[in-house]
Design a protein around this ligand. Structure first.
Ligand code: SF4
Ligand code: SF4
Length: 261
C-alpha cells in the first residue's frame, strides 16, 4: 500500500465532516498543549509544499536551494504502485522528535507551512472520480492530547479552509493527485531513472529550470515565448510546466502541453 493509500485509509476511519457541518476548535499559544502536535510526524510533502517551504526558508531573498532542502529536510521514498518519489519531512533528533521548524512560540515557517499542517485538525482525502474530476472528503482528526476542541470557536469547512489559506495548496495538490492517478491506472510503476527525473522536475524546481535551459527543452514543445520566460524565472510557473511535462513524458499526452508542430 502506498503512503497515499495508507493516509486515505486512515482518514476514512475517522468521523467525516460534510459541507455545512460545524465543528468547534481553536489553536493559539495559550492552549496548554501548544506545539504538542508538531512532533514525531509522518508528514508527507507534496511538490507545492516543498516549493513553499523553500520560500519560507529563504536567505538573502532567495528560496533555500532544493539541494540543501533535500539534504536537510527530506526523506525520499518510493510509492510502490506508481514508483513516484514520496517525500516525508525529516523530524529533528532528540526527545520527542520535534518538527525541525517548531519553536517555543510556534511554527517558524507559519506563512509557508505544508498543506497538511494548515488543514489539521481536519484531514482531507482527495481522489479522482469517475468523471475525471477530483472528489474530496474531510474528516475530523480528534487527537486525545488536543484541547483545541474545547475552545469556543465554531467553523464550517469553507470558513476553516479559507482561514487557513488552503485554496492554492488544494488546487496544486489536486493536479498532482490527477497525475498519480493516471500513472496508477497504467498498472505499472515507473523505473528508477524516470523516478529520478520526476523527483527533479517536481521537487527540485531550481534544478529543473537549469535542466530545461541546458537541454533546450522548449525546442521540442509548443510553448509560447512568454511562458518560456515565466517558467525560467518563476518557480510556480516552473511547477505548472513540470506537472504537464512529466505527464507528457510518462503517459504520452497532456491536455495543456503538446510537442512542437
Ligand atoms: S494539539 Fe491541538 S490545540 Fe494543541 S497545539 Fe496542536 S492543534 Fe493546537
Ligand atoms: S511545519 Fe510548522 S505547523 Fe507543520 S509540523 Fe512543523 S512546526 Fe508544526
Amino acid at each position: 500500500m502506498s503512503e497515499n493509500d495508507a493516509s486515505q485509509a486512515f482518514l476514512e476511519s475517522l468521523p467525516e465532516v460534510k459541507p455545512g457541518e460545524r465543528f468547534q476548535f481553536a489553536c493559539h499559544p495559550e492552549v496548554k498543549c501548544f506545539n504538542a502536535c508538531c512532533a514525531d510526524l509522518n508528514l508527507m510533502l507534496t511538490p507545492y509544499d516543498v516549493l513553499r517551504l523553500r520560500q519560507g526558508l529563504a536567505r538573502f531573498g532567495q528560496p533555500m536551494s532544493s539541494r540543501d532542502f533535500m539534504t536537510a529536510h527530506a526523506h525520499v521514498g518510493q510509492a510502490p504502485d506508481t514508483g513516484f518519489p514520496a517525500l516525508a519531512l525529516v523530524m529533528a533528533e532528540g526527545a520527542g522528535k520535534p518538527c525541525p521548524f517548531v519553536r517555543h512560540d510556534g511554527c517558524s515557517v507559519y506563512a509557508h507551512r505544508p498543506g497538511a499542517c494548515r488543514t489539521y485538525p481536519i484531514g482531507r482525502a482527495s481522489k479522482l472520480g469517475q468523471d475525471g474530476g477530483i472528489v474530496e472528503q474531510f474528516f475530523l482528526v480528534k487527537e486525545r492530547h488536543c484541547v483545541g476542541f474545547l475552545e469556543d470557536r465554531h467553523w464550517d469547512l469553507d470558513a476553516w479552509l479559507s482561514d487557513q489559506g488552503l485554496a492554492a495548496y488544494n488546487a496544486w495538490n489536486d493536479r498532482y493527485v490527477r497525475l498519480l492517478a493516471r500513472q496508477k491506472k497504467t498498472g505499472r510503476a515507473i523505473d528508477n531513472r524516470r523516478a529520478t527525473m520526476v523527483l527533479m522536475a517536481l521537487y527540485q524546481l531550481d534544478s529543473f529550470q537549469g535542466f530545461v535551459k541546458d537541454m533546450n527543452l522548449f525546442r521540442r514543445l509548443d510553448v509560447s515565448e512568454e511562458r518560456q520566460a515565466a517558467v525560467l524565472a518563476d518557480e510556480e510557473a516552473a511547477l505548472d510546466f513540470a506537472l504537464q511535462w512529466v505527464e507528457l513524458v510518462l503517459l504520452g499526452d497532456c491536455e495543456g502541453l503538446r510537442p512542437a508542430p
